[in-house]
Write a protein of this length. Structure first.
Length: 91
């Protein structure tokens, strides 16, 4: 297994009882505390992001959703004009 060098830290201030509890949980999985906390945080983050990106739809709504995505974009003259002019990044 390749070991990658980590270059960023996250510091947390927690109560002793919270640290003890996390250390106990990590020990049950024979993991170091930092690896356990990182693993749990990443799993929670992945679940949260997935819940915002993936969504179930009934078959009829899925069909309507796909049809809406397949329609050609409608032209909005004001938006077209906005993107043709200078931007705040132009000098």
């Amino acid at each position: 297994m390749a070991i990658t060098q980590k270059d960023t830290r996250i510091d947390l201030r927690i109560e002793n009882s919270q640290k003890d509890f996390l250390m106990y949980a990590a020990s049950l999985l024979k993991m170091k505390l930092s690896a356990f906390v990182l693993d749990c945080a990443l799993k929670e983050a992945e679940a949260l992001v997935a819940s915002k990106v993936h969504f179930p739809l009934p078959a009829n709504q899925w069909k309507l959703f796909c049809e809406a995505l397949d329609k050609p974009a409608r032209e909005i003259p004001q938006l077209k004009k906005l993107f043709q002019g200078p931007t705040g990044f132009d000098e």
